[in-house]
Structure formats: C-alpha cells, structure tokens
Ligand binder design. Structure first.
Ligand code: FES
Length: 173
C-alpha cells in the first residue's frame, strides 16, 4: 500500500470507527432503557381492587344451592376446599398442611382432612384434631353475591383457632 493510498483511507476508517462507536452506544442505551423499565415494572406495587388480576385470583365456585350443607368440595385451581357447614355457612380452606406444607386430601369416610406426610388431621372447619400441625388450616375469603359463591385466592388468612366470625353465610331471600 502506498503512502498516498493510506492517507486517503485514514479519514474513512476514522469515520467508520466513529459511526460504529455511536451505534454501539445507541444499542447499549436502548438495552439499558428496556432493562430499567422491566425492573421498575417488577418493583412497582400491585394495584388492588378492580384490576385484571382479580380474574386470576377470584375463583367462581358456583351457586349456593350447588353445595349441600355438611359437604366438602375440592377446587384444584386455587388449591382449596369449599366447606359448607351443617348450618349452611361457608369456609374456603387451604389444602396446604400447616405443619410442613403437604397437600391434604379430604377423607370422606372419616369426615376429616388427613395429612399423608405426618398424619395430622383436621375437621371440616379446618381445626386441628391430631398434631403435629400447630394451627388450623388457613382460610381464603369467601364472597357471596347474587347467590354466587366466589373465593379470593390472593392471600391465605392464617388463624390461631376457629371462630364463628370466619364463616360466611348466604343472605336469606
Ligand atoms: S406436613 Fe402435614 S403433618 Fe406434617
């Protein structure tokens, strides 16, 4: 390569290098902006009430009449049991054992929940009948509107004992 040739190419190389540097900076900026907005969206608190999240969280169980008094109905989606007590009241009980978290089945013959892991048992209202479970099964809020039973599976309610105020009754028509 001659001296003349090299000097003619130098400005071209320099401007190409400058263009590539700017291009990389631009792409880096775009990637950083995308990453930042994803982090902000992740950290932003969830909105409450009236959002599209409700449809995933709130499970429609069905009309009140579908559930006979003194019955237990399993809901796989949401992992809870809808228990209708013999006085007609409803409780939505988590299927997660309060000892170490195993899934507990309802055993109809024994009329109780029996944990397959360490044999804790619970009554229809979720109270502990046999340890080692330290407390009753958690609850989910039950909402009864227009005779339809819904369960809010957004957050389980931890309780120390069963209380009558936990039971939700359909409105008398
Ligand atoms: S996990 Fe249920 S008794 Fe231990």
């Amino acid at each position: 390569m001659t001296e003349n040739h090299r000097s003619m190419n130098e400005p071209l190389d320099s401007s190409r290098r400058s263009f590539l540097t700017k291009l990389w900076l631009l792409l880096g900026g775009v990637a950083l902006a995308g990453y930042s907005s994803a982090v902000v969206a992740f950290l932003r608190p969830r909105k409450t009430g009236g959002t599209s999240d409700d449809s995933a969280r709130i499970i429609e169980a069905g009309p009140v009449e579908r559930f006979h008094p003194d019955s237990v109905t399993a809901f796989i989606r949401g992992r809870f049991y809808l228990c209708r007590l013999d006085d007609g009241g409803f409780l939505a009980i988590s299927s997660k054992c309060t000892h170490l978290g195993c899934s507990i089945p309802w055993v109809e013959d024994e009329r109780r929940f029996v944990c397959p892991c360490h044999a804790s048992t619970f009554g229809i209202s979720g109270t502990v009948l046999n340890s080692p479970a330290p407390r009753p099964l958690d609850l989910y809020p039950v909402i009864i509107q227009n005779n339809i039973v819904r369960v809010d599976t957004g957050k389980a309610i931890r309780r120390g004992r069963f209380e009558a105020s936990q039971v939700v009754y359909p409105r008398k028509i």
